[in-house]
Design a protein around this ligand. Structure first.
Ligand code: CMP
Length: 138
């Protein structure tokens, strides 16, 4: 069943010139881009995006990081797109959880600077796509 997921190439990924690498892996997997934009994120949008982490010790620095420079936001579509992108990304901790061959496993060292974000459930995907791309047609 086709579904959509929200993908971010975070500011570390943009600064390190890894946008093409991430997009290429998405496309080679067979997933399709339906929206793609380079943008600077307002703190309010970042707070809403990461609302579930409000109160955690890393919340403030996560917001500082995600608003620190341009990022790439994308909506990606395809069969099982949500778990498929999470498979491409690898686990949140790039060393302990992400394995070689994944985006984080190949290119990241620190949990905060883990290059990409992908929605973790259909509910999160719907909420995040509406937040980042409110005008995107279904
Ligand atoms: P992401 O998949 O975007 O979801 C939440 C983000 O918070 C996560 O990637 C990391 O960038 C960050 N994060 C999660 N856990 C930690 C942590 N223990 N320390 C710092 N940042 C974290």
């Amino acid at each position: 069943m086709s579904e959509r997921t929200l993908v971010l190439v975070k500011p570390d990924g943009v600064a390190r010139g890894l946008v093409g690498e991430v997009i290429s892996r998405i496309e080679r997997k067979g997933l399709k881009l339906v929206a793609l934009e380079l943008r600077n994120v307002e703190r309010g949008v970042a707070e809403q995006h990461y609302a579930e982490h409000d109160g955690k010790p890393f919340f403030g620095s996560l917001l500082d990081f995600i608003t620190s420079g341009p990022l790439v936001a994308a909506v990606v579509e395809g069969t099982r797109a949500i778990p498929a992108f999470r498979q491409l990304a690898g686990g949140t901790d790039p060393v302990e959880k992400a394995t070689p061959g994944t985006i984080r496993g190949d290119f990241a060292l620190e949990t905060q600077f883990n290059l990409v974000h992908g929605s973790d459930s259909p509910e999160s995907a719907a909420r995040e796509i509406k937040l980042w791309f409110p005008n995107l047609a279904g």
